[in-house]
Design a binder for this molecule. Structure first.
Ligand code: NAG
Ligand code: NAG
Ligand code: NAG
Length: 376
């Protein structure tokens, strides 16, 4: 009823004169108030740029310190990157249920409350990279069942809990590059049977428990570059039956077990191993020779692997010394064999000589006896 009046009041331009203007504002406010809910939210927040019939809202670099309250509810893509937002409250953006893409990278976010994204049931991509997030609460992923891509690179995460990602059933890409992760609980990725890319490069992992990847049967890319991994559990990669790329470059591996990689049952998998401190010996050479003969495995950067140990081989490329690594061993075996042979021969010779000596001695004594006899 009031709206009928207000539509007439809204139309003319504000009248001149301070008193009249005040009256106009008061009247407008009084009359418009009940009809307002739609008007302000369908406008663009100052500092933002709204496009595409208000489906795209770009508020990048607008110095926001919190998530703005009034954004067009029709927004499907919201770009809030490069602001100073430090906190994502529970039910953030609860009026923006149509969001498909939410970009929050390069803010100052340290806290994400439980169920912060619970209403974003259509959200497909969430970018939280380059923030200051230290941990993810158990309710972090609540409601994000359609999310396909989660960017969390360059935060301060240290531990991945078993429940933080529990609701991400549809996730296909998870980027955790450049955090400080040193512990991954065994069930952390348990909900992600559709995950295709897992990026864990540039973290602090020293060990991965077998079972960590046990549910990731769709995983194609596993990037573990630039961690501190030294030894892999033999069954660790076995469940990854779709893996096409395994990046283990720049870790702390000095040796490998043949079984660790031969247990990967895929049609073809490329494995990157460059930048590890290899201990070059005959064992390593044997393992690599066997691995390279496995048809479905491709050691793409084999030509770039270099020795770290023993000191005489430091800096040499494995490829250039690999034929010699076992030669040394062969030579050792040969030397030992020859030594044994010589010893045996010598022993036999000595034996023979002794026998001959004895014979001679006997002969002489016999001769002596005879001569003694003949003397008389
Ligand atoms: C970022 O947030 C921290 C608190 O978490 C605050 O101390 C700091 O001043 C913020 N930095 C900026 C640039 O707003
Ligand atoms: C993961 O994050 C890093 C750092 O932000 C970025 O360079 C890289 O392109 C991302 N990878 C993918 C596949 O999204
Ligand atoms: C591999 O080694 C070649 C030279 O031997 C170098 O040019 C190339 O950049 C190296 N590749 C990587 C990935 O380090």
């Amino acid at each position: 009823m009031l709206c009928v009046h207000s539509s007439r009041l809204c139309a003319p331009a504000a009248p001149h004169g301070a008193a009249m203007r005040l009256l106009w504002i008061t009247l407008s406010l009084a009359l418009l108030a009940p009809c307002r809910p739609r008007a302000p939210t369908s406008r663009c927040e100052p500092g933002c740029d709204c496009r595409g019939e208000l489906r795209v809202t770009v508020c990048s670099g607008a110095m926001f310190t919190r998530i703005p309250a009034r954004l067009p509810p029709t927004t499907e893509l919201l770009d809030l990157s490069r602001n100073l937002i430090s906190h994502i409250p529970e039910d953030a953006l609860s009026h923006n249920r149509k969001l498909r893409v939410l970009l929050l990278q390069r803010n100052n976010i340290s806290a994400v409350e439980d169920a912060a994204f619970a209403h974003m049931e259509f959200l497909q991509k969430l970018d939280l990279s380059w923030n200051r997030i230290r941990w993810l609460s158990q309710g972090f992923s609540f409601g994000l069942t359609l999310l396909r891509e989660l960017q969390l690179s360059h935060n301060f995460l240290t531990i991945l809990d078993s429940r933080s990602f529990a609701h991400l059933d549809g996730l296909q890409k998870l980027n955790l590059t450049g955090n400080f992760i040193h512990v991954i609980r065994v069930r952390a990725f348990a909900s992600m049977s559709l995950l295709r890319q897992l990026h864990l490069a540039g973290n602090q992992m020293t060990r991965l428990q077998s079972g960590t990847f046990s549910m990731l049967r769709s995983l194609e890319v596993l990037n573990l570059e630039r961690n501190h991994l030294s030894d892999m559990d033999v069954g660790l990669f076995k469940p990854l039956t779709s893996m096409t790329l395994l990046n283990l470059a720049r870790n702390q591996m000095s040796k490998v077990h043949f079984k660790t990689f031969v247990g990967i049952h895929t049609y073809s998998t490329h494995i990157l191993l460059e930048g590890n401190p290899w201990h070059c010996d005959c064992d390593l050479q044997r393992v690599f020779r066997k691995l390279r003969s496995v048809q479905r495995l491709f050691l793409d950067d084999y030509h770039n692997l270099s020795c770290h140990d023993p000191p005489v081989l430091k800096g040499y490329q494995l490829m250039h010394v690999d034929t010699e690594l076992c030669i040394a061993e062969t030579v050792t075996v040969l030397i030992i064999s020859i030594t044994v042979l010589i010893t045996v021969l010598a022993a036999m010779l000595m034996g023979e000589r002794k026998r001959k000596k004895k014979k001679k001695a006997k002969h002489w004594t016999q001769q002596g006896d005879m001569s003694e006899e003949s003397d008389y």
